[in-house]
Ligand binder design. Structure first.
Ligand SMILES: Cc1cc2nc3c(=O)[nH]c(=O)nc-3n(C[C@H](O)[C@H](O)[C@H](O)COP(=O)(O)O)c2cc1C
Length: 438
């Protein structure tokens, strides 16, 4: 038995997330307007003792993504989905993604603190900084900033939200019918936050929640993004192809946290993984190999085009990938993480495949590492990564809904528990307590 226990999160993005064929998978539910789907998933995750369900966000429409049912092709409001999740569970946490670019601190702080109260202290905020023409077109009054300034604004935004969340002292709500004092307003202070980009007077009209205020998640990857995450994040999400890359990222984030005066042990790094589970190793491998068949070449090209930023729309799917790179890629494209890592994944085949084959390979997991095998084998691989210290937890990204989560809960979690690296019962009721955060 090890003392240290790993954390588990579930990635909830519909109609498909990291795997572009998820909604077409023969085992998948397809009615994403049915609240019982989200409730089923929430109950499944709680039965498996997951720490949290994670709900991403985007605030624009992309025609090709809607046509092919790619990630965010249909997007419910994250706070509304989170409300469905917490309504049918008692322990499961929920991570809600909301952008600092297109909200005001006051409404964001209240939406999340309200949900945090109504869930009994189980909410996290995934802090993102959105940009890009399609997003700005929907928020014409938002200030258009470069990547670095967006993070500068993000720093102020988080500071303002935290100040609002802390504007009531924990004992300010008195609710004493004898004296008639509902709130001791001497214990409530307006933060009067005034930064370069963000301004809000406050106070909020809510007291602190059972976990005081929501946990903070961040997933920045650029040097400036990592500084932002290391400064504010309780949880950091990462997608890295190898345990060595994860380890390097974790060390880098810990160093950045220490430089900003934070205790590096306060960070929890969750590594995204795509489990593919079978009754036998061979069945699991066959399931992995079948994933490509649910992604149309056009869908894969659309998905890969977005991430690689290559202009691919007019190309025949049968065009040799080597030719596409030669004719369309700048040195910057060639050095990008998407192209370098896809090359690694394609290995010896990398210059022999067609555009469609390269794009579909990318789209089976968006470069998220696949963990393939029986429940026991998947658990052992995850436990190895965890015990090596490369990650504190895993963000499980599905190939089909709700099946991946059900299979993971039934076939993998018992082995993680047997190995002594995962809880058999929740010890507390708040997300902060699951994550061992102060
Ligand atoms: C697991 C994970 C989930 C993410 N979820 C979102 C999201 O919901 N919305 C979004 O706009 N960006 C999301 N991102 C992107 C990150 O916030 C960040 O912008 C990205 O990792 C690039 O880092 P950079 O902004 O420092 O360049 C996510 C990233 C990861 C790894």
């Amino acid at each position: 038995m090890t003392e240290r226990q790993l954390f588990l999160g579930a990635y909830l993005l519909f109609p498909s997330g990291h795997y572009a064929g998820a909604w077409r998978h023969p085992y998948s539910e397809r009615d994403f307007n049915d609240r019982t789907l989200y409730q089923d998933i929430a109950r499944t995750l709680e039965r498996a003792r997951f720490d949290l369900a994670f709900i991403p966000e985007t605030v624009s429409y992309r025609e090709g993504f809607a046509r092919h049912g790619l990630s965010n092709g249909l997007k419910h409001d994250p706070a509304q989905l989170a409300a469905q999740v917490v309504a049918v569970t008692d322990h499961l946490g929920v991570g809600v993604t909301l952008s600092t670019s297109f909200n005001e601190p006051y409404n964001l702080a209240r939406t999340l603190l309200s949900l945090d109260h109504l869930s009994g202290g189980r909410v996290a905020w995934n802090v993102i900084q959105s940009s890009g023409p399609a997003n700005y077109a929907n928020f014409p009054r938002a200030e258009q900033l470069g990547r670095t300034e967006l993070y500068d604004r993000g720093d102020e935004f988080v500071e303002a939200v935290l100040a609002l969340w802390r504007s009531w002292a924990p004992d300010a709500l008195v609710a004493d019918p004898e004296t008639g004092v509902y709130a001791d307003t001497t214990r409530i202070t307006a933060p009067e936050y005034k930064g370069k980009y963000v301004e809000v007077r406050g106070p909020l009209n809510l007291p602190p929640s059972p976990q005081r205020h929501p946990v903070i998640i961040q997933a920045g990857d650029s040097p400036r993004g990592r500084d932002h995450g290391a400064r504010w994040g309780d949880v950091i999400f990462a997608i890295e192809r190898t345990p060595a890359d994860l380890r390097a990222k974790k060390d880098d984030l810990r160093a950045r946290a220490a430089r900003q005066g934070r205790d590096p042990d306060a960070l929890r790094l969750f590594a995204a993984v795509q489990p593919i589970i079978g009754e036998t190793t061979e069945i699991a491998r066959a399931r992995r190999d079948a994933l490509a068949s649910y992604i149309a070449p056009e869908a894969g090209i659309e998905f890969f085009g977005m991430f690689s930023r290559l202009d691919l729309g007019d190309l025949d799917p049968g065009t040799p990938y080597a030719q596409v790179l030669e004719e369309r890629a700048t040195p910057e494209h060639l050095e990008s993480r998407t192209i370098v890592q896809l090359d690694e994944l394609l290995g010896a085949r990398k210059r022999a495949v067609t555009l469609a084959e390269a794009a579909v390979t990318f789209s089976t997991s968006e470069l998220t590492p696949q963990v393939v095998g029986t429940g026991r084998e998947v658990a052992e691989q995850l436990a190895d990564i965890f015990t090596s210290g490369a990650a504190d937890g895993f963000l499980v990204t599905p190939t089909h809904f709700p099946g991946t989560f059900d299979e993971f809960g039934r076939a993998v979690v018992p082995h993680l528990q047997r190995l002594g690296v995962f809880r058999t019962e929740y010890e507390g009721t708040t997300l902060r307590s699951h994550l061992g955060l102060k």
